[in-house]
Design a protein around this ligand. Structure first.
Ligand SMILES: Nc1ncnc2c1ncn2[C@@H]1O[C@H](COP(=O)(O)OP(=O)(O)OP(=O)(O)O)[C@@H](O)[C@H]1O
Ligand SMILES: [Mg+2]
Length: 347
């Protein structure tokens, strides 16, 4: 039997709008600017969350609270653990240890569709649109755990059809909102990378979630559309939705965030209102590129040491792979280093 009894199965449309800009400023005014700071009304609370890959600490978060009905910007250098944190919180990955909860109810161990049923949805840094399916059907899929599957459609086809009509209407409304209405019957595979991002947003919003976690939603989106996309995200917040937003562009982060959480090497290293980031030494040190002009280091015999040695190794590996693949090292783009593989490279 499908599970219809789970608490929060039907996240209600938000009955009350979120706080005004002045209220949000007041909410955060009393929040200390320290990692793990308590929030006045947290919707999500994370404790002792650890995830390692081999020997690498991908996520190592002692405590984190996400304030309800606000936009929290999540920033940090490549490989800081932002996507892994999203994966853990939404059930796409399992931690080594740790707990996390929504409104005091644990989400630990739930698979993604049950996390979604509790009202938390996420988008992916690399989009997951099904290319052989129409754009409209891709968006309709976002509702799959609300309707057919759970309604035991074969038993109640009339109810199911009514729901199907509602689902289609909502999908069309969302496509319209994100400027994709004209593409509804096209295969998703024909969309540009940016349009797929918009499609993913539309799909995520099908269930009217209480919390949306957006992993670089602007990446690849046509600059002509980014402003309206940001506008839509602010509207979601104003309607009471909690938004967690991963983005590398600091202008966007400053524009959209009510509060910013900074990760580096798996941990939360700073939290602050967006206008205070530039003056936070931990942020400047870890993220804003103070190492860009770090001097290369060599020992007495001219061999690279420390971070310089790591960079040299990464370059040598990349060159070896290029040669193995039959490539030509004289091509300036041929050998590139994975930016997350060394500590010198910053976004
Ligand atoms: N499935 C995996 N297997 C092994 N290592 C992984 C895996 N997923 C992530 N990692 C590693 O965990 C670390 C954190 O990666 P993650 O993708 O969470 O970073 P990020 O902050 O999202 O980076 P970016 O800004 O580049 O998207 C990185 O060192 C990454 O290489
Ligand atoms: Mg990422």
């Amino acid at each position: 039997m499908p599970d219809t009894t789970e608490p929060g199965s039907h996240p209600p449309r938000h009955a009350r709008p979120g706080p005004t800009a002045a209220d949000r400023a007041a909410l955060f005014a009393a929040v200390p600017r320290t990692p793990g700071a308590a929030k006045p009304d947290p919707v999500l609370v994370v404790d002792g969350l650890h995830r390692t890959f081999g020997g690498l600490k991908a996520v190592d978060v002692d405590h984190l609270e996400i304030q309800r009905s606000c936009i929290t910007g999540l920033i940090g250098p490549n490989g800081a653990g932002k996507t892994t944190l999203f994966n853990l919180l939404t059930g796409f990955d399992r931690p080594d240890t740790g707990t996390w909860s929504m409104d005091g109810v644990s989400l630990g161990g739930l698979p993604p569709h049950r996390v979604a049923r509790r009202g938390i949805v996420r988008t992916f840094q690399l989009t997951k649109a099904l290319s052989k399916m129409t754009v409209l059907d891709n968006v309709r899929l976002g509702a799959r755990h609300q309707t057919g599957e759970r309604m035991a459609g074969a038993l109640l086809p009339w109810t199911w059809r009514g729901q199907e009509r509602e689902v289609t209407a909502r999908a069309q409304e969302l496509l319209d909102r994100f400027g994709l209405a004209a593409k509804a019957e096209d295969f998703a595979g024909s969309l540009s990378g940016g349009q797929r991002k918009l499609l993913e947003m539309a799909r995520a919003l099908m269930t009217d979630p209480a919390v949306v976690m957006l992993d670089e939603p602007m990446a690849g989106v046509n600059p002509a559309l980014t402003q309206s996309l940001l506008g839509h995200i602010k509207t979601l917040r104003d309607d009471g939705t909690t938004v967690v937003f991963v983005e590398h562009d600091m202008d966007v982060i400053r524009d959209i965030s009510d509060w910013v959480v900074v990760m580096a090497q798996g941990s939360v290293i700073a939290e602050a209102p967006p206008d205070a980031l530039a003056s936070d030494p931990a942020v400047v040190d870890a993220y804003l590129g103070s190492h860009h002009d770090q001097a290369l280091e060599f020992d007495d015999e001219g061999n690279p040491v420390g971070a310089t040695a790591a960079l040299a190794d990464a370059l040598a590996d990349a060159e070896a792979q290029t040669l193995e693949a039959g490539g030509d090292l004289s091509d300036p783009d041929a050998a590139s280093v994975d930016p997350s593989a060394n500590s010198l490279e910053k976004p």
